[in-house]
Design a protein around this ligand. Sequence first.
Ligand code: URA
Length: 434
Amino acid sequence: MSDASSTTAQFDAVDVIRTKRDGGALSDGQIDWVIDAYTRGGVADEQMSALAMAILLNGMDRREIARWTAAMIASGERMDFSGLSRGTADKHSTGGVGDKITLPLAPLVAVFDVAVPQLSGRGLGHTGGTLDKLESIPGWRADLTNDEMLRQLEDVGAVICAAGAGLAPADKKLYALRDVTGTVEAIPLIASSIMSKKIAEGTGALVLDVKVGTGAFMKTREDATELARTMVALGTDAGVKTVALLTDMSTPLGLTAGNALEVRESLEVLAGGGPADVVELTVALAQEMLAAAGKPDVDVAAALQDGRAMDVWRRMIAAQGGDPDATLPVAKENQQVLADADGVLGRLDAYQVGVAAWRLGAGRARKEDPVQAGAGVELHAKPGDTVRKGEPLMTLHTDTPDKFARAIESLDGAWDIADGGAVAPTPLLIDRID
Ligand code: URA
């Protein structure tokens, strides 16, 4: 008997779909069966699509979400960091425009003798992927074996690499399906997708950066709070010390969106400089990770100023074949976008800037597409800054100049310039949930 047929006897996919379609709760047995059978090929993509849509429309209760997450964890391997000489802490961001925080954050936390196993992904759509950013560093490689990862965690203290195929394979299959069936935005499915990978990874502490605003999955504070609460409950129930920060994503983080551009900005932060919002969020998340790992009273900001975090960064990049001294790629062409009035920049839309960076070549439309290392958007002003008509608001970078027109189109209406008075910037840190 094949794996698939051995799992199809117990339940019927159509009954499971009907249960959720009609607003019922799935039983533990139904959940275990449907995840297992889907992973093995016994439930078809069209059946799982229908179920995902029923979940998006009718939701799941806390028990169902916990069981769904456990079933996705059980679909693959679990990593074990218990042999390391120090504790572990990880961070997950729900994704945003210009979100390069993982790059300075992982080495910064490792300075304080807490290991950071950061399994990351590639970007799809308007948000960039951490691996795409690091791959702009000549020689750097994302794929490590579990043994290489453990060795680097012990020797350097921080690793940013691709999640292996063995971790929550049910999620890999389901996420790809959700991506093409309009079912990404279901809070139970997002929460279980993120947390199944983080719990299977085996981190001791986890800090979630849940983004709110136009450039984020969650457009409203209410939805972001529900997602954060759901994920914190899943982590806590699984024995992982989990905390969430709700942070603003109505405008891009920092002054760059694009792969090599964001590495360059991260290096500025690691050298003790960089944009204030990137530094603020890096320090806030590092403090939360260290507190969750049992080190609440360390001076995190000092390790950016005195070069300790940069030292760990250099060792972390070199350990994965990267040359920390290499010149970063620069796009072949650039074009400035000019301010159309005098005044104070009141709003600069994160989503629209993210789409512009993506259209310039920094992101991909399909997961097999290549990305341009040098492409993206460099901002010259942020909300609250005074701008003058005719001066550059941003510079667009690409290797393929025929992309400029579509990128500029996506920026139509992306900013407001107020002609008088101060504009209060939106606070970056919105809430904390534990
Ligand atoms: N990131 C994930 O890993 N899963 C989701 O469902 C959404 C964002």
